[in-house]
Design a protein around this ligand. Sequence first.
Ligand code: RTP
Length: 141
Amino acid sequence: MIKPDGVQRGLVGEVIKRFEQRGYTLKGLKLMNVEKSLAEKHYEDLSARPFFPALVDYICSGPVVAMVWEGKGVVATGRKMIGATNPLASEPGTIRGDFAIEVGRNVIHGSDSVESATREIGLWFPEGLAQWTPVAKPWIY
Ligand code: RTP
């Protein structure tokens, strides 16, 4: 998910470009405003943390771009491409390492496990995903 600051700063194309160029396949994409209930559900594991109310307000503060990416190792590799939670600890070359300095404005969210991704796809895309016709090119996963 490209968070509101990423959308406001015009980083949508940059993020999509990085995932496409790496070889991942776009399976879902939408610009949307986030209801408080969805943000609270998405981050429910963090509900006891002191920054939770500010985090929910941040996610609801403007449109986000929800995306689903598919391909070999996409969850683990996607997290590497995104960088550490605190952008000051993110390596240059990662999305947060190249574009952010504030943990509370860190541009993008990525699911932290396949199980989380499955849960989050259900939350963010209850309508389901577009269907791809299988392609006979082995380098497109
Ligand atoms: P995300 O879920 O957004 O991909 O981030 P993450 O796994 O790298 O980090 P997580 O621990 O799940 O935290 C979720 C988001 O909460 C905000 N945060 N603020 N003020 C703070 O100390 C603090 N710590 C975390 C960040 O926006 C983080 O991405």
